[in-house]
Design a protein around this ligand. Sequence first.
Ligand code: MTE
Ligand code: MO
Length: 380
Amino acid sequence: MRLTLSPGPPLTFRARLHDARTATAIGRLLGVAMAVCFATGVLSHWLQHPPGWLADRLPSRPYWGYRLTQGLHVTCGIAAIPLLSVKLWAVYPRLFVRPPVRSLLHALERISVAVLVAAGLFELFTGLLNTFQWYPWPFAFVPVHYAVAWLLLGSLLLHVAVQWPKIRDHWTLRSPGTLTLAEADGPDRRQLLLGVTAAVGAVTLTTAGQSVTALGPLELFGPRSPAHGVQGLPVNRTAAAARVTRASPADWRLTVDGPRPFTLTLDELRAMPQYDVTLPLACVEGWSKSAHWTGVRVRDLLDRAGGGPRSRVRVVSLEAVGAYRVMEMGRLYAQDPLTLLALRLNGEVLSLDHGYPARIIAPNRPGVLQTKWVGRLEVV
Ligand SMILES: Nc1nc2c(c(=O)[nH]1)N[C@H]1C(S)=C(S)[C@@H](COP(=O)(O)O)O[C@H]1N2
Ligand SMILES: [Mo]
């Protein structure tokens, strides 16, 4: 019997969208978004926690590299949210297949799909909340988000392998056989794909402005608008949050440890050769913005402390506690002429929130490693 909603098409007609063709059409877009998220995410993880052998090989150029890859990571992650929703909608009737388990292999396949769905939802949910710096869970975001990414990769590859025959048959827009595009994809599916495109376009256009300057005017939902902030730059962690006060910089000295250690007052640092660079701050949470920085080259300070061209540097902040108090920088960053101990931002003395009296700014680096309120450099 056909159940008819009046007016409108019979219900059975709509069920046509819960098919392998829709699942494939959405799935490959979702697959691309997830592949970009995975690759850029692993890259970001390596930049932040490089294994020993990699630390001195990480390139400091192109200077905009991390801004691009992390912008892509967050943008593709946001775009994946409507894609995953529609994909789950397209396949959810399969939840109710009878009998629920046909064989051991079938049971394993269903478990792997459950892992895939759970891992996908988990990554998008935790990633989205991280862009708002909101952590309503009892575990550390970074290691768990990273570990689940591998789980997601594994279950996704397994899923693609198991579904390969169907994916292959529905991959091209033209159906196997002689159906034309219009016959194979009736108005309902084309409308669905149009709707998905519109949804992805809308979430992308209203959030990508946090890293793509040209889209700034459309930015509605990005949590940190690059258009706002002290001295033309957003602030992630304020001096108050890091418990750094004006009082501590008052008798501030920069200590540079190495074979020939020395200390400098702020005036002495200002008397050294100053360099101007234009470099972006690119936060791991997705926002980024280019700024104009003035300060002393880190490699000049390392040279003076007796470090050679192969030395790297450890940077210690005045901040008393915090995950980003101590930072290490590999050789290619430390020796790059663009890497500064910056004293000025966009033509003004650094504000306390941007790291007064001195902060690190280096090319192709995650924002978390652009250490503020620097007190000590150590030649490594
Ligand atoms: N000492 C210290 N430096 C820090 C941080 C911090 O928490 N402590 N936060 C980092 C992060 S996450 C970012 S994105 C940049 C932001 O710099 P801004 O506040 O000047 O925009 O500073 C980085 N430097
Ligand atoms: Mo950040």
